[in-house]
Design a protein around this ligand. Sequence first.
Ligand SMILES: NC(=O)c1ccc[n+]([C@@H]2O[C@H](COP(=O)([O-])OP(=O)(O)OC[C@H]3O[C@@H](n4cnc5c(N)ncnc54)[C@H](OP(=O)(O)O)[C@@H]3O)[C@@H](O)[C@H]2O)c1
Length: 315
Amino acid sequence: MYRPTLRPLHNPIRGQIRAFFAGFGFFANRLYSFAYVRFAKNRPGFEIIEFAPQSGLCNGLILITGASSGVGEALARLLSEEGFSLLLTGRDENRLKSVAKLCRAEWLPLDLAHSLAPLLSWIREKKPGLVINNAGFALYGPAIAHPLSSEMDILEVNAAAAIEISIEAARTLQSNRMPGVILNVSSSAGELPIPSMAVYAAAKACLTSFSKSFDSEMSPYGIRVLASILGPVATPFAHRASSGRYTQTPSWKVISPERAAQKIWEQILKRKAVSAIDFRTRAFLLAAKLLPRPLLEWILQKNLARRYNCRSCQK
Ligand SMILES: NC(=O)c1ccc[n+]([C@@H]2O[C@H](COP(=O)([O-])OP(=O)(O)OC[C@H]3O[C@@H](n4cnc5c(N)ncnc54)[C@H](OP(=O)(O)O)[C@@H]3O)[C@@H](O)[C@H]2O)c1
């Protein structure tokens, strides 16, 4: 005779056994890590490298361009403290060397406006899981006041080189089936009409726009392309852009390079596509949308003119 039997869909005893072993595995793992760290600490021949586990980066190798000063240098210090291996680039060989020594990093001196090939072949060979395109510079003053070649170099370093590096890094990661992050350091200048910084603003607008579209193309492969929108940061940037007439110092309007680096790292951890990293920059960009265009241009022009005319600038 046919007798229907009732079988529970979920076996509570088996579930408990599984939970017990899962919990045991977790604690066994923590215990092992703890014991290993206690054993290896301060012993010759052992080095404890802790990659920020929440970073989700598939290898501990990071490329930072423009790491010889300012935000790039602060990023290099921060990420070397997190235990990552770094390749740093810049033009100033001595400065780059001393930052690299401090961060126990590899370094490659090159001018991104003219010689990109060695860096691209390094990317193909080493496959960095995180690339930070940070190198950049500007020249204050009307575009017609500077030699055309210098203006084109602004476009080359801030936009073209960063785009080439991004594409090469993404292609390398994708063909090796590796996830990764490319972060492009952009500027609030790219979101505004900025008389006296026209080419720089155009280059950063190009970089932000490229990052947004390229992120949509690459995210199905687990590769994210992020853009960080920086406002004023107290680095040698303004001093260089004004040919030494103006120095930006930390104030309520200007953040420190260390804070900028911390915010960029947080953006990378959150994989936020585009982020104006500071609330002051966000507030200013919002206000700029509400202001009438002539008034906005007048404010920006006046602010910039103060820097390159050296009327009230600090030396
Ligand atoms: N500071 C700001 O107020 C501000 C605001 C918005 C956005 N940003 C952006 O933030 C990024 C970092 O700038 P920062 O403020 O840290 O300025 P910074 O202190 O002047 O640093 C710029 C870095 O870029 C490198 N670089 C410049 N031209 C290069 C070239 N042709 N080839 C290779 N490397 C080059 C510099 O290397 P060398 O020193 O060796 O020449 C330096 O390491 C830039 O992309 C900048 O546009 C800055």
